[in-house]
Design a binder for this molecule. Structure first.
Ligand code: SAH
Length: 278
């Protein structure tokens, strides 16, 4: 009982302490409570704005995927089938393309067209990225080479499907910014390098798949040598700024023989340097 009474007194004292707080302290407390309230309200608002922005971007990506599917149907005669593999549509529906383009074109990140990425280069139209990825038939254990890193977007898409992606870019500033971007976004299975992709990446060969995202006048022989038997290469071929075709190159698993299939007309920036000297 005594203990209880003591407890009761202590609680009275606690109450007393609160009521005896000087008035300026009360004002200070209410201001800090108000500031805290405003801060929390702003935080909640910012969070719901971010959530709304994320939802908008996801909706834009979903529309982009629908457009890719429509293009695949239109191109079915050239491609011999009328759809892109569902796992690739899932990846392009997930990868934040807006992170790969400059701020000034961010609003168009999911538009159905290529976008400028600086240095006179472009990131391909979403359908072309999906189609080239589909043609490579990437399996989870594969090692893939990309020539023409650009923004790093195509490499990011490949990184979701392959074990490892090696990507080379000839413009050092683009190579640097793509490397930083891929690292920031957590693409740990992509290796980047600045250099002439015409010669491939000897230390990392052979590759299960090679994707060239700039147009060459012929298939670079070093790339054929670095392609595994049974491997596939997708490359736009044709003169710069003239008619080009997307070409599928297959290396036979048994005898290593190379066959090519011309698929559909495309328009790519030229593969520079090594290819030009030949
Ligand atoms: N795949 C890129 C876009 C490719 S644009 C993306 O997802 O953003 C083509 C890129 O190929 C350009 O950045 C260009 O600088 C690069 N390129 C051109 N010739 C090259 C070469 N010989 N070796 C490596 N990269 C080259």
């Amino acid at each position: 009982m005594r203990w209880l009474r003591r407890g009761a007194r202590r609680s009275d004292a606690w109450q007393g302490c609160r009521t005896s707080t000087p008035s300026h302290a009360i004002v200070a407390r209410s201001w800090s409570a108000l500031a805290l309230g405003v801060f929390l309200a702003l935080l909640v608002a910012a969070r719901s704005l971010t959530a709304a922005a994320q939802a908008d971007l996801a909706a834009e990506r979903a529309r982009m995927v629908a457009t890719i599917e429509a293009h695949a149907k239109q191109a079915s005669i050239a491609l011999g089938r009328d759809s892109i593999a569902p796992e690739i549509l899932k990846v392009v529906g997930d990868v934040p393309r807006h992170e790969f383009v400059p701020d000034r074109v961010r609003g168009d990140a999911y538009a159905d067209r290529p976008l400028p990425i600086g240095y006179g280069q472009t990131v391909s139209q979403p359908f072309i990225v999906a189609l080239m990825t589909d043609l490579l038939r990437v399996r989870p254990g594969d090692v893939v080479l990309e020539v023409g890193t650009g923004s790093g977007y195509q490499a990011a898409v490949l990184a979701h499907l392959a074990r490892r992606v090696y990507t080379i870019e000839i413009v050092p500033a683009l190579a640097d910014s793509a490397a930083a971007r891929l690292q920031r976004l957590g693409y740990g299975n992509v290796a980047t390098r600045s250099g002439d992709g015409y010669y491939g990446w000897e230390e990392a060969e052979p590759f299960d798949g090679i994707i060239v995202t700039a147009a060459a006048s012929q298939i670079p022989p070093p790339l054929i040598r670095q392609l595994k038997p049974g491997g596939r290469m997708v490359i736009p071929l044709g003169a710069p700024f003239a008619l080009q075709h997307l070409v599928l190159v297959e290396r036979n698993a048994d005898d290593g023989r190379v066959t090519t299939k011309q698929l559909l007309p495309v328009s790519f920036v030229p593969l520079t340097s090594g290819s030009r000297q030949r």
